[in-house]
Structure formats: structure tokens, C-alpha cells
Write a protein that binds this ligand. Sequence first.
Ligand SMILES: Nc1ncnc2c1ncn2[C@@H]1O[C@H](COP(=O)(O)OP(=O)(O)OP(=O)(O)O)[C@@H](O)[C@H]1O
Length: 620
Amino acid sequence: MGSDAVGTTSLKSSAHVKAAGWGRGLSTLLRMTRMNLRHPWQVALAIGSTIIAVILQLLIPRLLGWAVDQTQVAIGSGVTGTAAEQALWTPALLLLAASTLRGLFTMAQNYFAEAVGHHVAYELRLACYDKVQRLSFSFHDRVHSGDLITLGILDLDGVRMYFSTVLVRLLLLTMLIGIGAYMMISTDSVLGLIALSFVPFVAWRSSVTQLKLRVIWLDLQERLSVLGRVMEENLAGIRVVRAFSAQAYEMVKFDRASKNALKLAHEQVDVYVPNTSAMTLAFFFAMGLVLWIGCNKVIAGQISLGTLTMFLAFMTILQMPVRQIGLMVNGFARAYTCGSRLFGLLDQDITIRDASTARPLEIGEGTLRFDNVSFAYPGTGNRAILKNITFSARRGETIAIVGPPGSGKSTMAHLIPRFYDVTGGTIMLDGQDIRGVTLATLRQAVAVVQQDAFLFTTTIENNIAYGDPWAKEQRIERASESAQLHNYILGLPAGYKTVVGERGASLSGGQRQRLTMARTMMLRPSIVIFDDSMAAIDAATEQRIRAAIRRFAKDRVTIIIAHRLSSLKHADRILFVDNGEIVERGTHQELLAKRGRYKALYDLQLRPGDDIATTFGGAP
Ligand SMILES: Nc1ncnc2c1ncn2[C@@H]1O[C@H](COP(=O)(O)OP(=O)(O)OP(=O)(O)O)[C@@H](O)[C@H]1O
């Protein structure tokens, strides 16, 4: 099992998959097979249809041979006209019936095999989505969302096709080639062996070709992934691109990624075309030999014309399946690679989860306590971001956290709902260690208004009611009134039913922030954290929102992270954080009286133009 910390390697690297041993490869294939077998009816119907379709297909050359022999007998015995026609009726009708039934059973085989694949893909898609939702933030910090999307589309497709292109085809080819070879060799061993002479060569070339194509395809997949990432970033950052007039630079970047993909597409053609021609040549060469030697045998009376026809028909029937051996080998390799990557994701350990002894959080006094908390982000070599943080807050209190950029303010906030787990010390809610309570109850009790105001592409109403989809209209309106957004929304043509663009693109930064505040005010958390969530809001609106927040804060612990100190004067306690440590604490007045870092920063904000680096100790 991988851990969150090794997520990147497990998901991205095809080399990682290639290097996995036989044991792991086998267990991946067995796991995929087991997933298919969970649909026994469809599997049984697909296999049953395949067996019947193969038997019918093998009957066709025999019937053809019989028809030719009947004709020869008719010619030999001088029977002509209606009598000769009647002799041909039976083989002709049988041929028609066999071909029709074979077509129907092949259709059933494809239908049920595809159904199994689609069911497995559906289950895997849900399992992956569920896993991605539950994996901790440290995993998402490391794995690019584009790679996860590729995994959910291309890799999932590789596993989907495992049943139809590998398992069913393996059965079909084994039966067709095995029984076909037996029938030919038992009829005439020399002619049979010559007719089958193309099989090893074509099977070998098609496997080699497909495996070469697979290597190129994997490379192509990685490059398409890069192409996708370039496109995704360009679209997400379209405003930055335009603002910096960087279209030409972006075009060059995209062109380079596209050219790489084009080069590989050419390589695919270079491998495919000559090998296809070589395989066709081998087949026709063998057929020519069968015709030559077979005709001589017919003339010598060793075999009938019908038998020769049967051999030629067998060869024609075998040609395509033999070529498909390569496709099957490719499907096998692809399913294995894709399966390994998908199972790599599904087997990731969820580091932030309910402990086996977790109990629902019980809120009484509503007291939050940080006790000697330290923290380092996973995978950053234990670089301490927070050191020995201790403070507590009671219901109804407002705690403000200020400090230079990168000092660890948001990190402190993210530890409370357990987006990350502390690496030292404890965080307690009403005397309960937050690692000992269930995540669901903890996250119900803690609401965070994030710095990055993320909105979903849906109506304003749905965005506000995201945490409580059944909320009444009046509550939604009250929340948006508190966030000073109600009048603006009423002015929109569709009001609360207005659909916000992708990530809220149709709203201003301040409107987006106010909407996320309204979304939080819909909840009834015991602790609410505003993480620099008023940075894009003008001072007058902020004043009005603060009044609403004060009302909202009466029954809960409120933590406000902000850079604008004038708006924090009313906090019960202000913590000045620098380099992961609380360096000053107290009320606004106390901190001013201390004449320390807080006072310097406050003065600086009152007197713009001073050197900010002096106050922030050169922080970025
Ligand atoms: N997901 C992460 N993985 C690794 N390091 C991180 C991660 N998020 C933040 N950091 C680092 O942790 C430090 C503290 O970041 P944090 O976001 O808590 O600072 P902040 O005080 O809130 O800054 P700002 O005022 O700019 O929002 C920074 O050095 C940052 O680079």
C-alpha cells in the first residue's frame, strides 16, 4: 500500500509500473479478473456466446467444402438443371443458417463482453472518485489534477477493455486456432501444416508490432497529458496570459507539446505500416503454397476439391484472429499498466481518517485549545512551519491571527478541521483531541471561509446553499444579506437563479468572497475561520460585514486571519505569528502598548510609504 506521500510516483510513472515484479503483475490481473467475475450472468452469457460463435464459424469451411464436393459429384454424375440445384440446397441453407447464427452469437458475445467492461468501469470510476474525495490534502498537494483526470479516462478505459479484448479474445483465439489446426492437420497433415505456416510468423510480428506500438502509446499518453496540462493551465490562467500579452509564448509552448505528440504519431505509422504489409505477404505466400500443393493433390486424387476449398476457407477465417493475437497481447499489457495505476490510487492510504476508536464530537462549552502544536507539511523534509503554538478560545470569543506572508497563519487554520494532522502537540475541542473524533462531526463543527473563493458552476442560490441544499429561501437570503450581497443579487436578471461562470468567473473578486461568506453563514458551526476572506472587499462593505459577523460570532469561536489591522481592533485576542511562532499576543490596546511588531505594523498601515520589509523582517 502506498501512502499519501508517495502518491506522485504511484500515479505518474509508467516506469514504476513496468518495474513491478511478476507477483504484483499477476495480482493486478487476478484483481481485474475478479472484478469482472462479479457480474457472473453477463460473463457466462459472453463466454457461452463466444463458444457457440466459434463452433459455428468452424462449421463454415466444412460446409463450403461439402458444397463444392456436392457440385463436383453432380458434374461427375452428369446431373444438371433442377436436380443439381436441389443437391446444393441443403449445404447452401446450412451455410446461410450457420453464418446468420454465427453473426447473432458474435453480436451477443460483443454485447455481453462490453456490458461486463462497462459495469467494471462504472464501479471503478465511482471507487476512484470516492477515493480522490477522501484522500488527504497532502496527496492533492503532490498529484496534479490533470494526472488524476487522465487516470479516470484513459486508464479506466484500459481496464474496461480487459474482459472483451483480453479474456474473451483469448478464449476465442484458443478455440479457433486450436480446433481449426486440429481439423486441418487431421484431414491432411502436410497441407494442414503448410496452411498453418503463416500463424507463428503473423502471431510473432503482430505481437512485436503491438508491443512496440504500446511503448509509443504510453509515451504518447504522457505527452498528451502534458498537452492537456498546458491547455488546462492556459485556460485557467487566461486572464494572466492576456494581461501579460503572453499569447505568442503560450502558442510556442503548446506547439512544442503538440509537435512531440505528432512525432510519436508518425512513429506509430512507421511501426504499423511495414509490419502489416509483412503479415499480409506471409499470409498470401502460405495461401499460394496451399493452392499449389493442394491443386496437385486434387489432380493426383489424394484430396477432393471440396477439401482444398475447406483449407482455403479455414485460412481466410484464421487470418484475422491470428493478427488479433497482437491486439490481445497489447490489451493484456495495457490492462496491466492501467490496472496497476488505478489500483495504485485505490490502495493509497488515507492518512487523515477516523481512528478506529473515533467518537462523534460532543460540543458543550465550545472551547478550542491549541496545546504546544507543531507542524511540518508531509514530504517537505520536516521543515517546521508551526512551532509550539499554544492558545485557547471560548465560545463567543474572536481571535485574530496576523503576521507576515508565509508565517503560517492559514496553516494554523487548516489544522483545526484536520485538513492536515499536527506533527506535535494537540488540538482540543471541548477537551476532545480532534484526532479522536469522527471527521464528519468535526467538519460540521468547523467552517472555513477560504482565501481562494471557489464557486461551483451553478446558480448563486445553489452556491450559497451548498452546505445545506434543503435550506429555505429566506435563510439563503438572510445569509446573503449578512454578506452584503442580497441587493446585488436582486439586481441580476435571474436573481438568485443566475448561474455563475466557471469558478465564479462572472463575479468580481469581492463578490466571490462575499458569496463564500454567505455560504458559510448558512451553516451553524461551533468554530468559524475567515482566512483572509475580506482582502478583496472595500473598507465600507467590510465594516457592514463585520457587524454581521459579530452577530454571527456570538455563539461560536471566530478566528479571523487578516492583513488589514484596523479591522481586527475588536478581536478579544490578537496573535502575531512570525516564522511559525506566536511572537506577540494580547488585545489591540495591549499590543499597541507593547510597542513591538504589531505596533510597528499598525503604524505602517496608518502611514503608507514606509519600508514594509523592515516591519516584516524581509519576508516576501
Ligand atoms: N501545501 C503545502 N505544502 C508545503 N508547504 C506549504 C503548503 N502550504 C503552505 N506551505 C508553506 O508553509 C508556509 C506557511 O504558509 P501559510 O499559507 O500558512 O502562510 P500564511 O501566513 O497564511 O501566508 P499568507 O499571509 O501569504 O496567506 C509557507 O512557507 C508556505 O510556503
